[in-house]
Ligand binder design. Structure first.
Ligand SMILES: Cc1ncc(COP(=O)(O)O)c(C=O)c1O
Length: 470
């Protein structure tokens, strides 16, 4: 049965920025959805409603047209507009914004923050970056208005290939490099490439949780392999029956041991024996403080079993999100066949800017500068630890990178060490999260990142830690 035309009185605000027709449309829609105007009810005629509301006919007509277009009302010939027979109660009229509390809400960091992952902003070559950024904008105008090659900007890949060869001994061409928005994105792509032929992947235990997490999310079975003072235990690796292994040979994360060449050769033999892959994460290979830099594992690999990954997060700027994968030939084929449809995720502008800096020597100048600066911070940290703690501290991983581990000669557990440091306005970080298995019964190691702190802050921070811990 068709209902009679009804009258209703919307409150229209003539001083509001929202046009009258829109206010009217919103009002009628709300009334229909809430059931105040029933199915089959007829809307008032344009003329009478316009007179009643003292608005122009055009205003009513525009509101009605919108309701008609969206299907709230229908036009019945020679009769008028009627509310359609729709289950409006299924429409949610009031949506609450989701309130989601992140389970790991960060506590505010202290004045002396030994956070790993933070680097020194004062060392960033801002002027050079701005100059090359402008140059990229001007020179590459047209190319910036289209999609880029899925592997990333050729000019940057060319520079990375050259840089990796000179500094890390990595032998590769630009064709083997895939630019990614950070190591996890790179590993995520790799995980997809390794599936379905590989299901079990071995990890150093403990290891960088950001990497193990990615493979876990992709459904791999993680095989924890223990460490000794030269890195991963090769015997256990064989026993794990994994077909791939993720390692950090230049500076094991988090312990910091450096894998000697003899162990590297054994690891390559393992990969050859089982036709497996080694994922070499060379995240901070630029920073080695004792002896000369050790060439990458990739540089020793003659059978194409090593997948090399690196990042600009430690050496340049973590928020830039630029990383890279160097694929061996066998995987390149997989990439082209199955993944080259993925669009590149790092802005071309940033890639080109970085490429220009590398090409013009500004990158190597920057690297020399940061190496010297971090070396100084590193020795300040070691000297401060020696001075304040002397024999009461054991260090791990003190030959490279932007962090070290310390183990205290006291009875505090990890949380107590963190909490007591906090009371002295010092943030330090635990290492228990990096274990893939249950924590071993041993005194905890605490991670001290020193990248962002000034020398005086490092010294003061360690003094305060002495008050907290001894
Ligand atoms: C072992 C390891 N790899 C990679 C990264 C970071 O990589 P990205 O900033 O490219 O995600 C880190 C940083 O904490 C790390 O510890």
């Amino acid at each position: 049965m068709e209902g009679a035309s009804m009258t209703f009185t919307p409150l229209l605000n003539r001083t509001d920025d929202t046009p009258l027709y829109h206010q009217l449309y919103e009002y009628i829609k709300k009334e229909i959805v809430s059931g105040n105007i029933k199915v089959n009810n007829k809307l008032p005629s344009i003329r009478s409603f316009a007179e009643y509301l003292n608005v122009s006919r055009n205003t009513v007509d525009t509101a009605y047209q919108q309701l008609l277009a969206e299907g709230y009302v229908e036009s019945r010939p020679k009769s008028g507009l009627y509310v359609t027979n729709t289950q409006f109660d299924l429409l949610q009229t009031y949506k609450k914004p989701a309130v989601f509390l992140h389970p790991q809400l960060e506590t505010k960091s202290c004045t002396y923050d030994f956070r790993y992952g933070k680097i020194d902003s004062r060392l960033f070559p801002l002027n050079e970056w701005k100059k090359r950024y402008n140059e990229s904008l001007q020179t590459y105008r047209e190319a910036l208005f289209t999609y880029q090659e899925s592997q990333g900007e050729e000019s940057l890949r060319e520079e990375i290939a050259m840089y990796l060869y000179q500094s890390r001994g990595v032998v590769c061409s630009k064709h083997q490099i895939i630019i990614g928005a950070g190591t996890q994105q790179s590993l995520s792509l790799l995980a997809q490439m390794l599936k379905p032929s590989i299901r079990d992947i071995a990890f150093e235990n403990p290891c960088y949780d950001g990497a193990s997490f990615v493979f876990k999310q992709h459904g791999f079975s993680l095989k924890p392999v223990s460490l000794n003072n030269t890195g991963i235990n090769i015997q256990e690796l064989y026993e794990s029956q994994a077909q791939a292994v993720y390692v950090t040979p230049s500076h094991q994360f988090p312990y910091g041991m450096i894998m000697p060449v003899s162990k590297r050769i054994q690891l390559l033999e393992w990969a050859n024996d089982c036709s497996g892959f080694i994922i070499e994460d060379d995240y901070d290979g630029e920073f080695r403080y004792k002896g000369s830099p050790i060439p990458s594992l990739q540089s020793l690999d003659s059978k194409g079993r090593v997948i090399y990954t690196g990042t600009f997060s430690k050496s340049f700027m973590p928020s830039l999100r630029i990383s890279y994968l160097v694929l061996p030939e066998v995987l390149l084929k997989t990439y082209y066949e199955r993944f080259s449809l993925y669009e590149q995720t790092v802005p071309a502008l940033h890639q080109r800017t970085l490429g220009l800096m590398m090409k013009n020597g500004e990158w190597s100048k920057h690297l020399r500068r940061v190496r010297t600066a971090y070396q100084l911070k590193h020795s300040t940290l070691l000297a401060a630890l020696q001075k304040e703690f002397n024999k009461n501290v054991t260090l791990s991983g003190e030959s490279a990178g932007l962090h070290i581990l310390v183990r205290m000669n006291n009875d505090m557990n990890e949380q107590e060490l963190i909490n007591t440091a906090r009371k002295q306005d010092v943030s330090v970080y635990g290492t228990s999260r990096y274990w893939l298995t249950e924590l071993p019964q041993q005194k905890p190691y605490i991670l001290l990142g020193f990248g962002s702190l000034r020398g005086e802050e490092i010294e003061e921070g360690i003094k305060r830690l002495k008050k907290a811990w001894l």
